[in-house]
Design a protein around this ligand. Structure first.
Ligand code: PEP
Ligand code: MG
Length: 325
């Protein structure tokens, strides 16, 4: 089967009726890029930069970050690379930051909240990103955005950093797209307003499922309640994509759902533009997409949104796909 999939390495990710999507990969370090290219990845949909900061006793320097971002951008040549700014807190700790012990770390001091509270940390990363941007097709993404104010504040800091580089005559790309992760229900609901502030959305379903259904993604006792096919989740995904398209922008997904063969057809039907997954899932997802018609999946996805339970959604989708393939 792997041999069969290998043939799709340089084929486009396009449906039978010509809808082209981008299949990218999630990575944690520059070393992961090889696996992305070996598996026919068309981009990086999520570079989790936390790993640069973890398992050490001090902050990575601007230079160290610059080298890592540059390496990824260069290796990916002109393919899009979405680098997510620091998403620490929640389950990911940084001992040297002296983060307070919290009762609810996933609802606490984390990610963009830390970066806006400690702009000196954020600015180092943004400087490294801007400097590296001349080596490829960089897109910057803020995690855990919950309001328009946060996007504006983050963009203001980014603008400040641009100004500082201008003053020093340091080059950076003028075409960097800036987007946000949509992983909090409030963010989904105000998507029509948020899209005016950014260039793209990327749906973080790992957290979106956790926050929407109040199911801790780390708690095994309730893992049976962690359900991507929950009707609320599917409806939220549709809202995010519709808000992005309504604003003339694009929507991607970088949560685990994006690479699930059972869900890829529905995501295609809902109009998702970019799928980012573990590198090993890319060729399989490409095969699925190339075997389906977007217009057919669109109708099926619309109907799927009207079933009251996850089990019924799953049964319906499986049966419909069986019929057409
Ligand atoms: C997500 O929440 O879906 C996501 C991609 O980010 P992380 O898993 O790093 O929280
Ligand atoms: Mg997340």
């Amino acid at each position: 089967i792997r041999k069969e999939l290998e043939k799709l390495k340089s084929e486009p990710s396009v449906s039978k009726d010509g809808r082209r999507v981008e299949l990218g990969a999630n990575i944690g370090t520059p070393k992961d890029v090889k696996g992305v290219l070996d598996n026919g990845g068309e981009g990086i949909g999520l570079y989790r930069t936390e790993f640069l900061y973890m398992n050490r006793d001090h902050m990575p320097s601007e230079e160290e970050q610059y080298e890592a971002y540059k390496e990824v951008l260069q290796k990916m040549e002109e393919k899009p690379v979405i680098i997510r700014t620091l998403d620490i807190g929640g389950d990911k700790e940084l001992p040297y930051l002296n983060l307070p012990k919290e009762l609810n770390p996933f609802l606490g001091y984390r990610a963009i909240r830390i970066c806006l509270d400690q702009p000196e940390i954020f600015k180092v990363q943004l400087r490294a990103l801007l400097r590296a941007s001349v080596y490829g097709n960089l897109k910057i993404m803020y995690p855990m955005i919950s309001s328009v104010e946060e996007v504006r504040a983050a963009n203001e800091i980014l603008q400040e950093v641009r100004g500082e580089l201008d003053q020093k005559g340091i080059e950076y790309s003028k075409e960097i797209e800036v987007g946000i992760m949509v992983e909090i229900p409030a963010t989904v609901v105000i998507g029509d307003m948020l899209i005016k502030e950014v260039d793209f959305f990327s749906i973080g379903t790992n957290d979106l499922i956790q926050y929407t259904t109040a199911v801790d993604r780390m708690n095994e006792k309730i893992s049976h309640l962690y359900e991507p096919f929950h009707p609320a989740i599917l409806r939220m995904i549709k809202m995010v994509i519709d808000h992005a398209h309504g604003g003339g922008k694009w929507a991607g997904m970088c949560g685990e759902m994006a690479g699930d063969p059972k869900i890829v057809p529905i995501l295609l039907g809902l109009g998702l533009d970019e799928f980012s997954m573990s590198p090993i899932s890319i060729l399989q997802a490409r095969k699925i997409i190339r075997g389906l018609s977007y217009s057919e999946m669109k109708k099926i996805a619309e109907k799927a949104l009207n079933f009251p339970t996850a089990a019924e959604v799953k049964k319906f989708v499986a049966e419909e796909i069986d019929k057409i393939s």
